[in-house]
Design a protein around this ligand. Structure first.
Ligand code: IPD
Ligand code: CA
Length: 273
């Protein structure tokens, strides 16, 4: 690479600018009316014209501001290869996380944009395109919303914990996830299924829920929100020593992580289809 690696703060500044414009487009297109453009993995895994338009806008803005960086997005995949070598930057975007909420007009959908340097996420922003709530984090620089540093929940009793989760689109996977939740719901305060994984992670970061777990997240669901949660001091991991990833993401404050992890491991929450 012929230019020095950007700092996490420089990448965050770009991410926030791009995500705000993207969120404005998502909001405007929602107001103009939404319909399903196509289905993906199953008949209920939908994509709208806005998912595609917003991702195209993000890619174009990044090409302008950071030519040569790689971009991975939910709707268009990896696109053109970016520069490689030390300091290489890759952007990871979910143009609309919470697409089903978007389709139904539920005000809970977000643009999620993260920047990796050398394969590690160092900056991320999640912006609820409906409410304007915006969460940011940089590696080592903490997690923030509205100028307030986020530190997660202080709850220490799993039995009192409000736990967010989500379900995949494949009915066989859902059946397994429902069995896990049917057991877990008897051992926690309650369960929330809000419909946008990136926002769930940010809610856990600020203690609007006490913890979050889900099987089946893709990189674009996890990248920005996972950094926000870990920079808020939460432990973000998979089960039994596996890093957070497609098999399982658990995000919880230290005191809740172990008991929640133990219950999820007992229930084989990362197993099944
Ligand atoms: C989905 C949402 C949902 C989660 C699913 C994700 P999408 O993303 O984040 O809350 O349970 O696992 O696929 O399809 O709305 O971008
Ligand atoms: Ca999406």
């Amino acid at each position: 690479m012929d230019r020095p690696a950007p700092t996490p703060q420089q990448l965050l500044t770009i991410a926030v600018e791009v995500a705000r414009d993207a969120a404005a487009t998502a909001y405007r297109m929602r107001a103009e009316g939404v319909s399903v453009a196509a289905t993906k993995s199953t008949a209920t895994d939908v994509v709208t014209a806005a998912d595609r338009a917003v991702e195209r806008q993000v890619i174009a803005a990044l090409r302008e501001l950071r030519p040569g960086d790689a971009v991975l997005g939910e709707e268009y995949g990896a696109g053109a290869a970016g520069a490689t070598g030390p300091g290489a930057v890759r952007w990871i975007v979910d143009p609309i996380d919470g697409t089903v909420n978007y389709l139904y007009g539920l005000p809970h959908f977000a643009v999620s944009l993260a920047a990796e340097v050398d394969g590690t996420v160092v900056a991320g922003v999640v912006r609820n395109a409906s409410t304007g709530d915006e969460w940011t984090a940089t590696a080592g620089g903490g997690a923030w919303r509205d100028g307030q540093r986020l530190r997660g929940s202080t709850e220490t009793d799993l039995g009192q914990a409000l736990v967010a989760t989500g379900f995949g689109y494949d009915p066989r996977r859902r059946a397994h996830q429902a069995r896990v939740v049917a057991e877990l719901i008897t051992q926690v305060r309650d369960i929330r299924r809000l419909g946008a994984a990136a926002i769930d992670l940010c809610y856990a970061a600020e203690g609007r829920v006490d913890a979050y777990f889900e099987k089946g997240l893709a990189a674009w669901d996890l990248a920005a929100g996972g950094l926000v949660a870990s920079e808020a001091g939460l432990r973000v991991d998979g089960l039994r020593g596996v890093p957070a990833g497609p098999d399982m993401v658990v995000a919880a404050p230290a005191a809740l992580f172990e008991p929640l992890h133990a219950r999820l491991a007992d229930l084989d929450a990362s197993g099944g289809p």
